[in-house]
Write a protein of this length. Structure first.
Length: 85
């Protein structure tokens, strides 16, 4: 994790290189407090994919808790009845 002060944002090449070399977000501080986060596209896409996967897993776990799932045997039986095979 890289942390740089706000004044270093003027050196965009340096910030870009930091993002690219670490493949992690760069945290920007102002007066010693976190203010911004800068990251390259690959890092952003990776984080968004992880968030999406976590959302799907949480939805699936909620479905399990609420009994909104069927066994494979139940699904096959329903298909047999619906399609007559």
């Amino acid at each position: 994790m890289q942390i740089v002060p706000m004044r270093d944002l003027k050196d965009t090449v340096k910030i870009e290189n930091m993002c690219g070399s670490t493949r992690a977000p760069v945290f920007i501080t102002k007066n010693g407090y976190g203010r911004l986060v800068v990251m390259d596209i690959e890092c952003f896409e990776r984080l968004m994919n992880q968030a999406y996967e976590a959302k799907i897993i949480n939805k699936s776990l909620a479905d399990l808790d609420e009994g909104k799932v069927k066994t494979g045997k139940e699904v096959l039986e329903a298909m047999k009845q619906k399609y007559g095979f």
